[in-house]
Design a protein around this ligand. Structure first.
Ligand SMILES: Cc1cc2nc3c(=O)[nH]c(=O)nc-3n(C[C@H](O)[C@H](O)[C@H](O)COP(=O)(O)OP(=O)(O)OC[C@H]3O[C@@H](n4cnc5c(N)ncnc54)[C@H](O)[C@@H]3O)c2cc1C
Ligand code: SF4
Length: 555
């Protein structure tokens, strides 16, 4: 939230009724709803990716409840990317060599995936963007919102996009272009998990002071074209257990989409204690399990990526509104963790915020709090979706895999059947950064070498994420105190950034003068894990030049 630099030329400003930061499902749903309710409302959406969808990484099995509400006639649109309905739904507990299927009748009904669609959320966003543009929404990809702007009363008045063409030394280069200001009567922050501006707003307006700390996981994913005969369109598989131990939360997903494509992914909860854990290696190891590797043998890996996922749920959602704007979607955190689903709630919260903004605009209001959105969400279907599962994550964190999962399952049943929990509402305790323990308390983990067939190394993986950043630009990963990084992150925690970063951005290079923290910023896939998990909260992720980052095809 820096003040405008007086030495640079003034920025041009554009005026809109509503400015939306982020073209994910929440931002695009908000844009569409605004135009449906009030076609004359002017709406702009900014997206930091090279195109809409370029930075979207999800499962995804989508509960259509959100899309049904937003675009009720979507089934008559041939371009709607919901082609594969879930036909089979399997849940496994994995041991090192076996996989025990949990019978579906033991699973609480809310975990049932029948009626949902297996799709690429990136493609869903591309489709939503075309629907939004048809309604007159202006969408600007390659524009990263890098600053929040305030009016004299302290209300949010919009955002500014980052300057382009600034060199590594911080000085303008020959292709320098000043950022622009986008002013709105309301500004929605739809940046997804750990949004960089949303984080600043949560701190500035104290939005999280009455909620539990937000919790996160890191989700890693690959898209495969599998060999003919291995493809079972409509099959959804989830697992927990191996390769993670009893004290580390997480699990896998494997979704068979259309066109012989299978999406495989692995989530590691970021409250893990052992700094030697490497989520990327856990994922690679998972694919070599005897019950999993067969699916991929003879196939081709098409894409790789990673993204943080919010896990705090009902009790971690911050206050959603502040003067001049609102948080929507995963910028606030509406994931139903046991279902690993958030896109439906992203759409629904985008719509709710839009409805409140239209009411406000029509009554001549601007830049105040959209209190109806804040007051309404807990009693909406989003609130009821999240409330039933609110104790699953804290029980897992407190009691470990076996007891935690059993208690969590029992709690989902009592919540579903009787709307009641024996556990009340459990807290989450520490933040994910605080959960990490010194390396001296843990053993190194000896991960197997990649075989180049089923499992791969990190740099080869980043290569197929098509990640690209202008190299001559300031590093967008700000280490606030380099001495602290050395004394604590390196000396006490044994450099976990090298292991939790899924893109090989961080390295400790041993030199005669001592270890040097090297940041290969051009590899960053914008997952935000460093911003979450650094034990001292000493790394701050800020937007790089717009258009940089991964270029996911259909992730
Ligand atoms: C591994 C994984 C698996 C998942 N599986 C499922 C699933 O199966 N089903 C399901 O329903 N949900 C799933 N989810 C959750 C789902 O992806 C999210 O709930 C959903 O994407 C949230 O939508 P959003 O619009 O809030 O944010 P996002 O989808 O994250 O979109 C945010 C957009 O804003 C852009 N942006 C961010 N900051 C800026 C900025 N400052 N300036 C400009 N643009 C910006 C980003 O580039 C991005 O395009 C999964 C998530 C992960 C990580
Ligand atoms: S540098 Fe941070 S945000 Fe970028 S890929 Fe690594 S952990 Fe993710």
């Amino acid at each position: 939230m820096a003040e405008e630099n007086q030495e640079l030329p003034a920025r041009e400003a554009m005026e809109f009724d509503v400015v939306i930061v982020g073209a994910g499902p929440s931002g695009l749903a908000a844009a569409i709803k605004l135009k449906q309710l009030s076609p004359e409302t002017t709406v702009v959406v900014l997206e930091k990716g090279s195109e809409v969808g370029a930075h979207i990484l999800s499962g995804a099995v989508v509960d259509p409840v959100g899309i049904n509400a937003l675009i009720p006639d979507w089934k008559s649109d041939d371009t709607a990317p919901f082609k594969t309905e879930v036909k089979d739904d399997h849940f496994y507990y994995m041991t090192k060599s076996g996989a025990i299927r949990v019978p579906n009748f033991l699973m609480p009904p809310l975990m049932n995936n029948h009626g949902n669609y297996i799709t690429s959320l990136g493609n869903v966003c591309r489709w939503l963007a075309s629907r939004a543009e048809a309604l007159g929404v202006e969408i600007y990809p390659t524009f990263a919102a890098s600053e929040v702007l305030f009016d004299e009363q302290g209300a949010v008045k919009g955002v500014a996009t980052g300057d382009k063409g600034i060199g590594r030394d911080g000085k303008p280069t020959s292709h320098y272009e000043r950022g622009i200001e986008l002013h709105g009567k309301y500004t929605f922050f739809a940046e997804g998990a750990r949004g960089s501006l949303s984080k600043q707003l949560i701190a500035k307006f104290g939005l999280a002071k009455n909620s539990e700390p937000q919790k996160f996981g890191i989700g890693l994913k690959e898209l495969w074209k599998v060999a003919p005969g291995k493809h079972k369109p409509g099959l959804v598989q989830h697992s927990f257990g191996w390769p993670l131990d009893n004290n580390t939360g997480g699990g896998s997903f494997l979704y068979h989409m259309e066109d012989e494509q299978v999406m495989v992914g692995f989530v590691v909860h970021l409250n893990y204690k052992n700094p030697y854990i490497a989520p990327f290696e856990e994922f690679q190891r998972f694919k070599t399990h005897p019950s999993v590797r067969g699916t991929f043998e003879g196939g081709k890996r098409l894409s790789y990526g990673a993204r943080a996922i919010t896990e705090g749920g009902f009790q971690s959602v911050p206050k959603l509104v502040f003067p001049g704007g609102a948080l929507v979607g995963c910028a606030a955190g509406f994931i139903n963790l046991p279902r690993i689903k958030g896109s439906h709630n992203a759409v629904l919260t985008g719509m709710m915020a839009a409805e409140e903004a239209v009411k406000a605009l029509q009554s001549g209001r601007q830049r105040d709090e959209l209190t109806g959105y804040e007051e309404g969400w807990r009693s909406s279907q989003v609130g009821s979706d999240l409330k039933k599962v609110r104790n699953v994550k804290p029980l897992w964190s407190k009691f470990g895999l076996y007891i935690g999962m059993m208690l969590g399952g029992f709690d989902m049943w009592t919540n579903t059947l009787f709307g009641f929990s024996f556990f009340g509402t459990q807290g989450h305790g520490k933040t994910d950064a605080e959960s990490l323990e010194p390396a001296a308390k843990h053993q190194k983990i000896d991960y197997p070498k990649p075989d180049g067939v089923i499992s791969f190394d990190k740099l080869g993986s980043v290569f197929i994420s098509n990640t690209n950043h202008e190299e001559n630009q300031p590093i967008h990963l700000h280490v606030k105190n380099m001495e602290l990084q050395k004394q604590s992150e390196h000396d006490v925690y044994a450099g976990p950034s090298n292991r939790y970063c899924p893109a090989g951005v961080y390295e400790w290079v041993e030199e005669p003068s001592g270890p040097r923290f090297q940041i290969n910023a051009q590899n960053c896939v914008h997952c935000k894990t460093c911003d979450i998990k650094d034990p001292n909260q000493n790394i701050n992720w800020v937007t790089p030049e717009g258009g940089g980052g991964p270029n996911y095809p259909n992730m």
